[in-house]
Design a protein around this ligand. Structure first.
Ligand code: PMP
Length: 459
């Protein structure tokens, strides 16, 4: 049952177009639809649109909802903390019990020895904090020139000025230059579309060697850090080849460059392990978190800081950086309860098992336009291609993934097209095999319909 009349819905859509500037949304598209798609409620992996339609959220919001929607335990934790201490600062030497408990809990979970935890309100802030820590680390060693930061193409690290300077996806720099100086990019690893034209078993990890080349080009005395998402998220849910991070880490060690892992998406169980880097046995010097730390119930981010990076800052005596909401008591209450649920319900293991079922069922659709089905745990991408054998993409003018996503919406899926005709499949970690069967059935029908239309339009 819809709770709004058609007239009310129409008025709401008009008001949205009139008053609300959406982040990263095509205004032209929204106007052509007569307004945005409005979601009113959510439970588990399902949303309810304002028209009363049930929709599977294939993306867990923006890759963030690990425990599923509508968990009353989290609402209760937030309510209790709001009533007790809704806010107090953590600047100027103040603290409160829950920020101490959350820092201790997160420090004990992340793959880092003896870390300190800094809190932020989200992923971009965590990224900016990490770059500032890296630059300050070298500054305090008397090496202020060692401030260049190397990231990768197809990286998404956020949109604040530091983070967007590390991001490298089309559109995010247009009109915003100049970016923060001294950010550089090397080619990202992606075996299916290998930029070196190699096959996975016959390559020399050129994608990792590119880091060494870039450090030599810039001069190791100038390079502060290399940053990467363990598994590329927004750039396409791309898993690196075996040995990639081990080689990256060797190169960072060889040239005395910090390794910074952006675990904003991959943290708190999404990849089938609690953190993405646990798949690769490599420890970062600085680690960014957000999203799954509260499953998006309230904004929060965090940064794990290794002993190596913290020691000179301790000697210096102050880290002159912080956000009003760093260590917000209500966010801490929600984070603690959320992490408790992730652990209690063994959601990382569910992500591992159900992720495999999801990929395998999508491969079994055997549609000619499905190329690579990639991912790990519940961070997955489906690559749509015109020709799988020759790895030929659809032209951007076709907008194939966008069309699939529009049909999928009609079929009851909120499905996000990624760049280069990828589809994002990263549902909440509470998804079951039965849900997967329904999701893949709707996905398959949507892809098939778009492909039939495409074939019908061919001369
Ligand atoms: N890093 C990664 C890997 C992300 O995926 C995102 C958000 N999608 C961010 C950073 C930025 O996070 P936020 O939008 O919370 O600033």
């Amino acid at each position: 049952m819809a709770s709004y009349t058609d007239t009310q819905i129409e008025a709401m859509k008009k008001d949205d177009l009139r008053y609300f500037l959406h982040p990263t949304s095509s205004i032209v598209d929204m106007e052509s639809w007569g307004g945005p798609k409005i979601i009113e409620e959510g439970c588990g992996i399902r949303l309810k649109s304002i028209e009363g339609k049930t929709i599977i959220d294939c993306g867990a919001g923006l890759w963030l909802n690990n425990v599923g929607l509508g968990r009353t335990e989290l609402a209760e934790a937030a309510k209790q903390q709001m009533e007790k201490l809704s806010y107090f600062q953590t600047f100027n030497g103040y603290s409160h019990p829950l920020v101490i408990e959350t820092a201790k809990k997160v420090a004990g979970m992340i793959p880092m020895d003896n870390p300190r935890i800094f809190f932020t309100s989200g992923g971009s802030e965590s990224n900016d904090t990490a770059y500032k820590l890296a630059r300050m680390y070298w500054y305090l060693q008397g090496k202020p020139n060692k401030h260049h930061i190397i990231a990768r193409t197809k990286a998404y690290h956020g949109v604040s000025y530091g983070a967007v300077s590390a991001t490298s996806l089309p559109g995010f720099w247009d009109g915003f230059r100049p970016l923060v100086p001294a950010f550089h990019h090397i080619e990202h690893p992606h075996c299916y579309f290998c930029p070196w034209g190699k096959e996975q078993d016959q390559c020399n990890l050129e994608c990792a060697e590119a880091l060494e080349e870039k450090i030599i080009e810039l001069g190791k005395e100038n390079v502060a850090a290399f940053t990467a998402e363990p598994i590329i998220g927004t750039g396409g849910a791309i898993v690196p080849p075996d040995g990639y991070y081990q080689r990256i880490h060797e190169i960072c060690d060889k040239y005395d460059v910090l390794f910074i892992a952006d675990e904003v998406i991959t943290g708190f169980g999404r990849t089938g392990k609690m953190f993405g880097m646990l798949h690769y046995g490599v420890q970062a010097d600085i680690m960014m978190m957000a999203k799954g730390i509260t499953s998006g119930y309230i904004p929060m981010g965090a940064v794990g800081i290794s002993e190596r990076v913290f020691t000179p800052i301790k000697s210096h005596g102050i880290f002159m950086h912080g956000y009003t909401y760093s260590g917000h008591p209500v966010a801490c209450a929600v984070a603690l309860k959320n992490i408790e649920i992730v652990e209690r319900e063994n959601l990382a293991e569910n992500a591992r098992v159900v992720g495999e079922q999801l990929r395998s069922r999508i491969r079994d659709l055997s549609l000619p336009c499905i190329g690579e089905v990639r991912g790990i745990g519940l961070i997955n991408g489906v690559q749509l291609v015109q020709d799988d054998a020759a790895r030929i993409k659809f032209g951007p003018e076709i907008g194939f993934a966008k069309r699939v996503s529009a049909i999928a919406w009609e079929n009851g899926l909120a499905l996000r097209p990624l760049m280069d005709d990828g589809l994002q499949l990263s549902p909440a970690l509470v998804i079951t095999e039965t849900d997967v069967i329904e999701l893949v059935d709707k996905l398959g029908r949507s892809i098939k319909q778009a492909y039939d239309e495409f074939l019908g339009n061919q001369p």
